[in-house]
Design a protein around this ligand. Sequence first.
Ligand code: NA7
Length: 547
Amino acid sequence: MSRSLKTKLKQKELQLDAVIIGAGFSGLYQLHCLRNELNLSAAILEAGNGIGGTWYWNRYPGARCDSESHTYCYYFSRELLNEWRWSERYPKQSEILEYLNFCAKKFDLERSIYLNQRVKQAIWNEISLRWEIRTATGFRLEAKFLITAVGCLSSANHPKISGVSNFAGDILHTGEWPQEKVDFSGKSVVVIGTGSTGIQIIPNIAKDASKLTVLQRTANFSVPARNAPLEKGFHKKFCTDIDSWHRKMLDSRHGHPWNAETRKLCETSYEERNEILETAWRNGGLRFKDSFEDILLDESSNQIMSDFIRLKIKDILNDNVKAKILSPFDHGFGTKRPPIDTNYFETYNRENVELFDVGINNICNFESDGIKLSDGTKVPADVVVFATGFDAMTGSLLKMNIVGRKTFNLNNEWQEGPKTYLGLGVHGFPNMFTITGPGSPSVLTNMPRAIEQHVDWISSLLSYAKANNVNEIEAEREAMLEWTEHVSVSAKSTLLPKGKNSWYFGANISGKPSVFMPYAGGLNTYRTYCENVASNGYKGFRMKYDT
Ligand code: NA7
């Protein structure tokens, strides 16, 4: 770290109104609102050596967003929407990273972003009424407001497998992918994990490696993405329709520009539903699930859609044994995060791709040249890729040692699962706001829409605080408990709890409490809740005014 940066950080120590943690989509927009619009002093502390958040860390081959490009971007600036042109239906990682860097430049954000600053501690000082924040490099900042913009899927899950230190090859995690290109040619590669990430990386590694072995613990549903370059003229047309795209996204449950079709699968005739499903399969993408309204509401409808995909898997695969291993029966489609893919199932028809069901034939241990399974099989490996996901939604927040009023410690408070008010505030932690925190729609939505809604709401609150000399804003305990109960009840009104084995419940992390973390009531409904809270004098938040 340069001397000048050290000096800069020290100088900023007592001057900041707000510290934002994380320089992804949410942190960048929050900085823009606070610094450029509200004229508050604000800075971002970012652990990485570059901006981008998720899109900085997840740079594995095939990394691509499953929301469509023209919807997976900021909508707060018409000028930006007109200016930036996406190239494909779904944006790939490098293009999103380029976009975020472009935004940071355009809105002059870089001068307030401090890279390589992993936050190690944040303590609320009850006397100064400020947060004291320390980073791993030993810097200490103070700010009136602490805003976490750490992302929902940012704390990599490294499963403990014995013998790892004996392994002579390379071990990579998709969520912490190296900056430099990884060369798989001529190598035997093992991929562990078949979530969205595994489903994206597997076809890409298979093309390069001499041998790819996939260790699958649980089979997953996947729908073709049908990615393609955007048509010439798309951007021009888009620019004339921006308001309409935006309206559609705001009015939907999930922040995508459509709502589920108003028809029930279980009430549609066999011929008609097959035709609808075939068309939806051909069109691909996340909209497949919404070709009927009751996929996550009615078990028989869910079963029919799940059967349809299982049949597709059987049709695609040349090998019945592999088709059987790849067909999910432990959960219904959509009850776990539904991936979309490009040639995922087709990849298993390649001669250089082998598949093991490690849900039955468990992974035992690493050896110097591979991985041993419980039936004694030795899977040779030069490289092992962990596509094993994240300690979702709470992992990154709980790593920062956040201590609030009195003895409130976030790790203790959330021992039995996260409790928040609106996914935005936590009782005992004044002036702290959690963008897309647990208890908000977040991962069940097209993220930039959830992010803009949260950032706008927080910014309005901080503007109110500035105008009215508010010193402390804290979620009330009753409001928080009521909201947390509402989050749980909302999930139970859908089939989502049937996917018990999912990261929505923290099931992938041993010892993590089994609590459904995102708010399943819909982003549109949620927005109304937040607006009502604001228009009722920020009901549920205790405000302390400077007298
Ligand atoms: P996911 O969806 O959590 O998938 C992780 C995968 O890794 C999943 O198949 C897991 O199997 C598997 N896994 C995890 N631990 C192990 C161990 N110990 N042994 C074998 N297999 C294991 O993470 P992704 O990164 O794919 O996607 C996360 C989100 O990022 C995604 O939903 C998008 O929103 C973007 P399991 O199913 O737990 O049996």
